[in-house]
Design a binder for this molecule. Structure first.
Ligand SMILES: [Zn+2]
Ligand SMILES: [Zn+2]
Length: 225
């Protein structure tokens, strides 16, 4: 799908095909979302992308703290001096990430310290010309947030709503009806034209998912699974 803006760059990283996003602020600075770069090749690719585009990384934001979304957090902290910012309600997920990596048998750097907590529902994170509204969208995990840019009509959505699917709800902190509620209240209330850029798989729009997503029913009251 052609993105509405040219400033949002997508990288597919690690064994989970997680999508890391880089938002170019338009002033030489950029913010990374869900840094999942997991090995030297992925890290060098990301680093060269910044250099080739003359970008200085100034922020590191997380939709949530599942291991596939934080595997590069230590590297970002040591390479760029930026600590990941998470919503405090997702700290239980953060606290489990390293243990989850051990369970999956996947090597993972220890997590760095966390940066300043993300603000609550409705607060705004400024990324240069892009104002991103934080919306709480639990259900995939306990403290998931999505970042909504109203002016440019896009969402950095993590693992809540996928193109034709939804985030899994069988992991600790997951809950299917909570996820349905998050999707209908926090995403389906946006205009149909808004693009959703998810943590896995192709991007989509609010209108397309409202019309065709088989996992959230048309009344928005629950799941059809
Ligand atoms: Zn996840
Ligand atoms: Zn994920």
């Amino acid at each position: 799908m052609q993105k509405k803006i040219n400033e949002l760059h997508t990288f597919t990283f690690n064994a989970f095909s997680e999508q890391t996003y880089l938002l170019d602020h338009g002033n030489g600075e950029a913010t990374v979302f869900d840094p999942g770069m997991s090995n030297v090749a992925e890290r060098e690719y990301f680093d060269s992308f910044l250099a080739d585009n003359g970008l200085t990384l100034v922020g590191c934001l997380l939709t949530h703290a599942h291991l596939d979304h934080v595997m590069g957090a230590n590297w970002i902290a040591s390479k760029y001096g930026l600590l990941p910012r998470l919503h405090p309600s997702d700290v239980p997920t953060w606290d489990m990430a390293e243990k989850s990596a051990q369970l999956y048998g996947i090597p993972m750097d220890p997590l760095p310290s966390r940066g300043e907590d993300l603000g609550d529902q409705g607060s705004i994170v400024e990324c240069g010309k892009f104002n991103l509204e934080i919306r709480l969208a639990p259900g995939h995990c306990i403290g998931h947030v999505v970042f909504v840019c109203h002016e440019h009509e896009f969402v950095i959505g993590g693992d809540v709503l996928f193109n034709g699917s939804i985030g899994r709800t069988d992991l600790p902190g997951g809950n299917a009806s909570t996820l349905a509620h998050s999707i209908t209240e926090q995403l389906y209330t946006l205009p149909d034209s808004f693009e959703v850029h998810p943590g896995h798989g192709p991007s989509t729009t609010v209108g397309k998912e409202k019309a065709f997503n088989p996992y959230v029913n048309s009344e928005g009251t629950g799941m059809i699974q």
